[in-house]
Design a protein around this ligand. Structure first.
Ligand SMILES: C[S@@+](CC[C@H](N)C(=O)[O-])C[C@H]1O[C@@H](n2cnc3c(N)ncnc32)[C@H](O)[C@@H]1O
Length: 248
């Protein structure tokens, strides 16, 4: 019995490795100097939704190994460079360690812990950042294999990102989270709709087809009077254009 399981898992590992090595996004990441193929998911989200612009303050939750932070760092650079001048602020959090990225302020810790939140708030204050333009969450818990438990853990992380964003985003700011179909998906979409004026779900091409992961983008906090603020170009674009692959 034990032998059989071992053989099967070896087969699965080999299949995964073959698929991984032949994956065009893995090859592209290697060529472009990204630490993970995940960079292209954020690139697609950015290009579809007009999320990132130089001058912004951005938080990357669940940042390790660092591909999203690397992408952000290049987008906030006047020349798209991985080093040198940076227009804006990037904060990143992960419970695992992350190799440094120039210009990215990294905090290692569990986002569910109050002291990690305090460290983040302190870092924002120290850099004169009163509110964020964009919060990104690619956080994914270690899966237990028990469907209901995993769904609850994922929902918990999304709720935390949502609560944090309600407190720390600019009125026209945006939150993008990774979540999975099934479980609390519909309830989380409903919470996004309560919180934001615009909500879009998008599955980037770089997201593996077999995976049920989806990204949900909320923009424009509902609790703030919209009359007080000039319309945001990207937000208007998002609301008015038909974006391929984007579901309402
Ligand atoms: C899919 S990976 C993120 C990949 C990353 N976006 C990139 O581009 O390299 C998910 C990350 O979420 C982190 N994570 C999960 N739960 C977390 C939590 N409660 N607090 C902080 N990080 C968490 C994991 O440690 C893991 O590194």
């Amino acid at each position: 019995m034990g032998m059989k399981v071992k053989t099967q898992s070896k087969k699965v590992n080999k299949a995964w490795l073959n698929q991984h090595v032949n994956d065009p996004y893995v090859q592209l990441a290697h060529k472009d100097g990204y630490r993970a193929r995940a960079a292209y998911k954020l690139k697609e989200l950015d290009e579809a939704l007009g999320l990132i612009r130089p001058g912004q303050s951005v938080l990357d939750l669940g940042s390790a190994p660092g591909a999203w932070s690397q992408y952000l760092r290049r987008r906030l650079s006047p020349q798209g460079a991985a080093v040198g001048e940076l227009c804006g602020h990037i904060f990143a959090i992960d419970q695992q360690s992350m190799e440094p990225i120039e210009g990215v302020h990294f905090i290692q810790g569990d986002f569910r812990e109050p002291q990690v939140l305090s460290a983040l708030e302190q870092a924002l204050t120290q850099r004169g950042v009163a509110a964020l333009d964009l919060v990104l969450s690619d956080m994914a818990p270690n899966l237990s294999g028990v469907g209901a438990t995993d769904a609850a853990r994922i929902a918990d992380l999304v709720e935390l990102a949502l609560d944090f964003s309600s407190q720390h985003l600019k009125p026209q700011g945006a939150l993008v989270v990774k979540l999975f179909h099934g479980g609390a998906y519909d309830a989380l979409v409903a919470r996004f709709r309560q919180t934001f004026t615009q909500v879009k779900a998008i599955k980037p091409k770089a997201s593996r087809e077999k995976s049920s992961e989806t990204f949900l983008c909320g923009r424009g906090l509902k609790r703030v009077s919209q009359k007080c603020h000039a319309p945001n170009d990207a937000a208007t674009l998002m609301a008015s254009s038909l974006i391929p692959g984007v579901r309402a």
